[in-house]
Design a protein around this ligand. Structure first.
Ligand SMILES: Cc1cc2nc3c(=O)[nH]c(=O)nc-3n(C[C@H](O)[C@H](O)[C@H](O)COP(=O)(O)OP(=O)(O)OC[C@H]3O[C@@H](n4cnc5c(N)ncnc54)[C@H](O)[C@@H]3O)c2cc1C
Length: 399
């Protein structure tokens, strides 16, 4: 087991940290207040090529490993969760899903442009009646000649109004249950496709979130990702990548809390000494540090398996659950350490506190992660597939 980062991994982390502090930190509060997606920052991210971090160079990405991707994601979220959402959606949920399931033609068509930001993707799984129960898809895909006509509604879709392309999950026959779900790559300019911004969010205020309405949206069969009926498998494999970036982002939020709280705690004086010298404040800082270190090890373990090409649903779920909870504990304590000042957006801790909540809601709620983990432990359903196949997979990858 190697706990060291390579020089390349350290370099990309530093590069991302410098970028986030220089470009995102100065405008994060303003964007949060205005509830606006910042195109200026987005274009700077596109220009740096950050969105293609783990995508192979052949398809226009940086060709870096998942440890690098995790560290980058952490650094963005250390400053701003809304900006990190762009990475999670564009890179993890959309690009990596096309990389895994797309034909060579689809990969060449979409990946280079997703890496440069010429295309923006969104991931349309959730519906008004299909959140945790994602298999209950009501959006229909009806065959019409060689095309499909998609009709239905999606909700809570990140990047929904800014996307040029959407992964849309729809059923070809509700009677087939999850076996009827099929995934399509849909150009959002296609007639019948409409996106409407969702206002009034608790957190992630500078990220774009939308409802999508599809009314007989015509897509050619060549836009299908995978085969008919493979959509549910595709959706779940996308979440293995999405949850990883959420976990890494959550660790970044905890690190952000540690950094701002440590500074503040050594400046703010009560009872004649810095609050950082009071034991109860130290206890809150210590809890954050332990959570941060433990969470980082969990997501890096998942990154290690991803680098080896080994299925990691369980490890990613563990990381997503723990890191999401850790971020909520840290956001809560960070506001406490700042006292009354923590209650105002003059300092970022109030935003961290609000932004943390989504981490145990989207990409599978806290309860859904516990279900995956407990069912695996109880022998009800193995998270990483059949145990005998798993053993061979681990042995082959040398893990
Ligand atoms: C800001 C934001 C961005 C999002 N971005 C996207 C996106 O880009 N793409 C996308 O497809 N979706 C997205 N989502 C949707 C998100 O993934 C869902 O909200 C989430 O999966 C929960 O589904 P739900 O809201 O329908 O809650 P429900 O499924 O109705 O759950 C409500 C509560 O019941 C609990 N619960 C439900 N079933 C069980 C069970 N069997 N056992 C125990 N507890 C249970 C849940 O854990 C939760 O606490 C986003 C959501 C938000 C808020």
């Amino acid at each position: 087991m190697d706990f060291d980062f390579s020089p390349e991994q350290l370099a990309i982390r530093k590069h991302m940290r410098d970028f986030a502090e220089r470009e995102i930190a100065p405008v994060a509060q303003k964007n949060d207040r205005a509830c606006q997606f910042d195109w200026d920052i987005a274009h700077k991210i596109f220009k740096e090529g950050f969105l293609g971090c783990p995508v192979p160079e052949k398809y226009g990405g940086l060709g870096l490993d998942y440890v690098s991707y995790g560290l980058m994601t952490e650094e963005v979220n250390r400053i701003c969760s809304s900006t990190r959402t762009l990475f999670s959606v564009q890179t993890s949920l959309v690009a990596l899903t096309i990389l895994k399931w797309g034909t060579e033609e689809q990969k060449m068509q979409y990946l280079p442009k997703l890496c440069t930001g010429e295309f923006i993707g969104c991931y349309g799984l959730t519906e008004p009646e299909a959140g945790s129960d994602a298999a209950n898809q009501q959006t229909r895909a009806r065959k019409d000649g060689t095309d499909y006509l998609l009709s239905g509604q999606k909700t809570w879709i990140s990047c929904g109004t800014i996307a040029t392309h959407a992964l849309i999950f729809a059923t070809v026959d509700p009677a087939l249950g999850h076996k009827g779900i099929t995934c399509f790559i849909v150009d959002t300019k296609t007639p019948g496709f409409k996106a409407q911004k969702i206002e009034g969010k608790l957190g992630l205020r500078a990220s774009d979130t939308a409802m999508l309405f599809l009314d007989e949206v015509r897509v050619p069969a060549s836009s299908m990702l995978g085969n008919v009926g493979e959509g549910f498998k595709i959706a779940m494999s996308a979440l293995d990548n999405g949850r990883f970036s959420v976990a890494a982002g959550a660790v970044g939020l905890v690190q952000g809390c540690i950094d701002v709280c440590s500074k503040y705690a050594m400046q703010r004086i009560t009872f004649g000494k810095p609050i950082g010298e009071h034991q109860q404040v130290q206890a809150m800082i210590a809890d954050m540090v332990v959570d941060c270190e433990a969470g980082r090890l969990l997501y890096l373990r998942a990154a290690h398996l991803k680098n080896k090409g080994v299925r990691n649903t369980m490890e990613t779920s563990l990381a997503k659950l723990f890191c999401g909870e850790a971020a909520n504990r840290a956001g809560h304590n960070a506001v406490q350490i700042f006292g009354g000042y923590g209650y105002s957006d003059e300092y970022p801790v109030e935003r961290y506190f609000r932004d943390a909540k989504i981490l145990n809601i989207y990409e599978g709620t806290r309860e859904v992660q516990k279900m995956i983990i407990a069912q695996d432990a109880l022998g009800i359903r193995s998270a990483n597939g059949k145990p005998e196949t798993r053993l061979t997979e681990l042995a082959t990858a040398g893990v």
